[in-house]
Design a protein around this ligand. Structure first.
Ligand code: SF4
Length: 406
């Protein structure tokens, strides 16, 4: 059986190097195929899809902004007789829509349904939708087929995942809809054993690796001996926990991606801003820096409290905090999130082309400014921050400097 896994193109994010970070989901799925199947992988962000290839099965994974392109590719291969399976965050929340373009749709985590689906495929009894009945246990997860990534030009960083899910359930976030509100953890020994076989630089893709202190501590104590350098996503509140911050630095954390969330911009826009809160955030960034860890700050614009002055105030904060890199996003209501449902109910969704749901377009009517002001302010923030940043003040992977290429 000849199988092609495809990660579709989905627009050019201003920090271009991000498209050179390998996706983890499809290569994890690849590990579940029978060994005698011929499985290969295309990342359309880095190489064209060979539309003339004769394959038996095409499997595509799509975030919302990739869905239109995934559907195009799916339709093309189906018209040529290949079976097509769609999965990933977008088909999981809108399986009916996806099923118009696929022979089968995987809803939720593929690890839970793939073996049955592959058996059905071989028996000629493929179902339209495969739903994982419950969130899967993360013990003995398949080890991703990283061999499929070789030679594609990815950054020299190995992606790994230790936990899934988030109990916080922020209104705008799709993580709870995708991975659930429970916080599930892989056994630390299994993560460490996978880490041991990886290269010197790692990226923990967990939405919040630091959520459960006792777990993180156990994992990082194991990392001490492995001498790896690693990146993670986490909360700015880590600055309030000097013990864990110290352990992060000692175990090799060199870069942290911090979602600044709506509370900071709410404070910027308030009539009587809580300066203590802003100072606390500023101080926590300093503490992370003092621990020797670089900080990437992520800021979304377009919350109901954001007025037209939010862009300038945010850039000023980023400059004062000397963030090593920032990303600015336009708030995007992904389907099935609480934010989407609310804006839909208020008649404020103005764009239904999923390709535009990529944090670079305004797809809803903001409350305290016009869509044009939101778009222009977002662009101004990128220009303003990066035109004043010193060129050597950028995150690095070893000798490699990650320049923004706006
Ligand atoms: S934004 Fe972060 S904290 Fe909020 S639900 Fe998503 S992963 Fe959890």
């Amino acid at each position: 059986m000849k199988v092609r896994l495809i990660y579709p193109e989905g627009g050019k994010f201003p920090l271009r190097y991000r498209s050179r970070i390998a996706p983890l989901g499809l290569i994890t799925v690849a590990a579940q195929f029978p060994r005698d199947w011929q499985v290969s992988f295309t990342d359309e962000r880095l190489e064209p899809v060979d539309l003339e290839e004769r394959v038996d099965l095409v499997l595509l994974s799509a975030m919302t902004y990739q869905a239109p392109r995934a559907y195009q590719i799916a339709d093309w291969f189906r018209a040529r007789g290949a079976k097509v399976i769609l999965g990933g965050p977008h088909p999981s929340v809108l399986p009916r829509e996806a099923s118009f373009h696929a022979d089968a749709v995987v809803v939720g985590e593929a690890e839970g349904t793939l073996p049955q689906m592959l058996r059905d495929l071989q028996n000629g009894s493929l179902q339209r939708v495969y739903r994982c009945p419950e969130k899967i246990d993360l013990t003995e997860l398949p080890i991703p087929r990283r061999d499929l990534l070789r030679g594609k030009g990815y950054l020299p960083v190995d992606l790994i995942q230790a936990t899934r899910g988030c109990p916080v359930n922020c209104e705008f976030c799709a993580v709870s809809a995708t991975f659930g509100r429970g916080y599930r953890m892989r056994p630390p020994m299994e993560v460490l054993s996978e880490v041991r076989d990886l290269g010197p630089y790692l990226f923990f893709v967990d939405d919040n690796l630091l959520l459960k202190r006792s777990y993180t501590e156990k994992l990082l104590e194991g990392m001490l001996a492995l001498q790896k350098k690693w990146v993670c996503l986490g909360s700015i509140r880590i600055g309030d926990d000097p013990g864990l911050l110290d352990l992060m630095a000692k175990s090799g954390c060199w870069l942290m991606y911090v979602d600044m969330g709506p509370w900071l911009s709410a404070n910027f826009s308030a009539r009587t801003p809580n300066l203590q809160q802003e100072e606390r955030c500023y101080r926590n960034i300093q503490k992370i820096h003092e621990a020797g860890i670089e900080v990437i700050g992520s800021f979304a614009f377009g919350f109901d409290h954001d007025d037209p002055g939010v862009f300038e105030r945010t850039v000023r904060f980023c400059q004062r905090a000397r963030l090593d890199e920032v990303e600015f996003l336009i708030l995007t209501p992904y389907p099935r999130t609480r934010l989407f449902e609310r804006l839909e109910g208020e008649g404020r969704i103005i764009e239904r082309d999923w390709a535009k749901y990529n944090t670079m377009n305004v797809v809803f009517r903001p409350r305290s400014m016009t869509p044009e002001q939101l778009l222009e302010g977002y662009r101004m923030a990128w220009r303003e921050f990066y035109s004043h940043r010193e060129p050597d003040h950028a995150p690095r992977i070893g000798e490699l400097t990650l320049q923004p290429q706006l």
